[in-house]
Design a protein around this ligand. Structure first.
Ligand SMILES: [Cu+2]
Length: 167
């Protein structure tokens, strides 16, 4: 067999994730490859033969997944009633799950001021992202540059704890 065929096949097989099932290659395909190597069949016939192998799933090319568009801006709403310890006014979302490099904007939709204070696992304030008091309608931004789970709370209403998970 012509070495050209041996050189071409890996190129064809290297398109995406590929599985090949050699035992199911029909004889005529093997002959076509041989004849191509010997110059008896044309290149377009050879390529049609490879197309046949792909269409008939002798060569299986995994679907190439398009990358999911990354959310680069994300928002957490401090909802109306968030101040009320007896209410369900949780941060929305309570656990924001995003990728490294995402900028998070907290928006105060409540009727009273709140702040955003990053806290450690023990609930102690740490100096990572710390907003001034946010009046109704005010916003606070922070860009997460590292992976991890980040907790925060409002120092005026410390029962309100939220999470940002960066992967
Ligand atoms: Cu608050």
């Amino acid at each position: 067999m012509n070495y050209l065929i041996l050189a071409l096949i890996p190129i064809v097989l290297s398109i995406g994730g590929v599985s090949a099932f050699a035992e199911s290659v029909p004889e005529w395909v093997k002959n076509t490859a041989l004849w191509y190597g010997e110059g008896i069949v044309s290149e377009s016939e050879f390529l049609n033969m490879i197309k046949f192998l792909i269409e008939n799933e002798v060569i299986v090319i995994d679907t190439v997944m398009e990358p999911v568009p990354q959310v680069v801006n994300a928002q957490v709403v401090i909802p109306n009633g968030n101040f009320d310890v007896t209410g369900a006014g949780f941060y929305s979302p309570l656990n924001l799950e995003i990728s490294v490099g995402t900028t998070v904007t907290w928006v105060n939709d409540d009727s009273v001021p709140h702040n955003i204070q990053s806290i450690d696992e023990g609930g102690k304030v740490i100096q990572l992202f710390n907003s001034p008091p946010l009046n109704t309608g005010d916003r606070f931004e922070f860009t997460f540059e590292e992976k991890g789970v980040f907790n925060y709370y409002c120092s005026f209403h410390p029962w309100r704890v939220g999470l940002v998970t960066i992967s």
